[in-house]
Design a protein around this ligand. Structure first.
Ligand code: AMP
Length: 405
């Protein structure tokens, strides 16, 4: 089965084509259409034969972007299919599924209506995801389409974990509660970690640390997410590249008053000017901040120390919430690559009797256990693969619904 996976953003479309069968899961092609509707738009593409192309083309709208992807996939030289008939289905990343979607779902008119209904919860993302779905419905109307939600995995959280203590009417009126994000990643790496341990997922207490530009931690107890650090929006929780993470809600009105800020201005400060960037004044990219800290830059050091401290604090809290801990997983750009940051975090978790294997911890972007066999908690690096989960879920739904493709 060949599945096209699409992640449609405001000005970009990321895509990947998978060939899935019982023996093998292969990426046939992948790429990005960038700067849609902006000067300098282009498509970057590579296929499984290691052919790479970058084409500077005018892409005024998403519709043209998706057409371009389909044309490139069928190109005489770099293509990977002869005709669109070979694509069996399309899987779409959708950021917010609200309380409606606890699982990936076959898309129909009613599902589109329901995604629209919860779009007020993710106004920066869902409309663009929906746009990608609608364009595909138009130009590939015969292909089944599946929506895979970033929030779905966390719908197993209990009320204590997802409610905010604001008047209850705001929950019923606006759906104000904690939803969590990065669900596809937390689901994938917890499942992969269980495979690595050789134990059943439903016998393990796992904490997954997705540490990238956006960052979140999840407590996965017997395969179900029971806590995660992002909330109503991706702003809550850890310190991120430019997001502030947890803070006293009183700070917001205080700052607005002191600095005479509008809602938009304060929102931008929390989302785009805080985190590693705001603290260090250097960059949102952890590599730049680490380099500056190593060169003695004081604020860069503060930014990194706070970043690590928050991860340690969440791991402690989630161990308490689960009543124990078997496995910690590090994933995403920072989690998969920053060996010294992983070592610092693990060294700060003394009370868990974790024994780091210094040599194994030099690993980057490869699934590996980085603790010794004597360690009381196993720690793994597991590269995340959200697109693969989208492709697998899409294939499973097509098969379950016995859709002829
Ligand atoms: P992501 O959002 O998952 O793409 O992760 C982006 C973050 O990963 C940035 O803060 C990068 O600095 C960090 N990152 C990516 N590659 C490396 C690397 N080789 N070493 C350390 N950090 C990295």
């Amino acid at each position: 089965m060949k599945i096209l996976v699409l992640n449609s953003g405001s000005s970009s479309i990321k895509f990947k084509v998978f060939k899935l069968n019982s023996q093998k899961e292969q990426v046939l092609a992948s790429g990005t259409v960038d700067r849609i509707g902006i000067k300098g738009s282009k498509i970057e593409y590579e296929n499984f034969r290691d052919q790479e192309i970058v084409l500077d083309l005018d892409v005024p709208r998403h519709e043209r972007g998706i057409e371009l992807v389909l044309e490139t996939l069928q190109d005489d030289e770099v293509g990977i299919i002869y005709s669109l008939d070979e694509i069996n289905a399309v899987g779409h990343r959708v950021v917010h599924g609200g309380e409606k979607f606890a699982q990936s779902t076959l898309i129909n008119d009613e599902v589109i209506r329901q995604i629209e209904e919860v779009s007020h919860l993710a106004p920066l993302h869902n409309p663009h995801n929906l746009n990608g779905i609608c364009v595909c419905e138009e130009i590939m109307s015969d292909k089944p389409q599946v929506a895979v939600f970033d929030t779905a995995f966390h719908q197993t959280m209990h009320r204590e974990a997802y409610m905010y203590a604001v008047p209850y009417k705001y929950y019923t009126r606006h759906g104000i509660r904690r939803y969590g994000f990065h669900g596809t990643s937390h689901k994938y790496v917890s499942t992969r970690a269980a495979e690595e341990t050789g134990k059943q997922l439903n016998s393990l207490k796992i904490i997954t640390c997705h540490l990238g530009n956006g960052a979140s931690v999840a407590a996965v107890d017997e395969g179900e997410s029971i806590e995660t650090s992002m909330g109503l929006t991706p702003l809550e929780g850890l310190i991120m590249g430019t997001r502030c993470g947890d803070l006293d809600p009183g700070l917001i009105t205080f700052l607005m008053e002191k600095e005479d800020l509008s809602i938009k201005e304060v929102n931008d400060i929390m989302n785009k000017e805080s985190g590693l960037l705001g603290l260090s004044g250097i960059s949102s990219d952890s590599r730049d901040v680490r380099k500056a800290a190593a060169d003695g830059h004081k604020r860069a050091r503060i930014a990194l120390d706070l970043f690590n401290y928050k991860v340690v604090k969440y791991i402690g809290a989630y161990t308490a919430v689960m009543g124990g801990l078997d496995v910690i997983v590090f994933t995403a750009g920072i989690g998969e690559n920053a060996c010294d940051l992983r070592a610092d975090i693990i060294n700060d978790l003394d009370f868990l009797n974790i024994e780091l294997n210094e040599q194994a911890n030099q690993v980057r972007q490869t699934a590996k256990k980085i603790t010794t066999d004597d360690s009381q908690v196993d720690v793994y690096v597991i590269p995340t693969n959200e697109e693969l989960v989208i492709a697998r879920d899409t294939a499973a739904i097509i098969e379950k619904n016995e859709i002829q493709v």
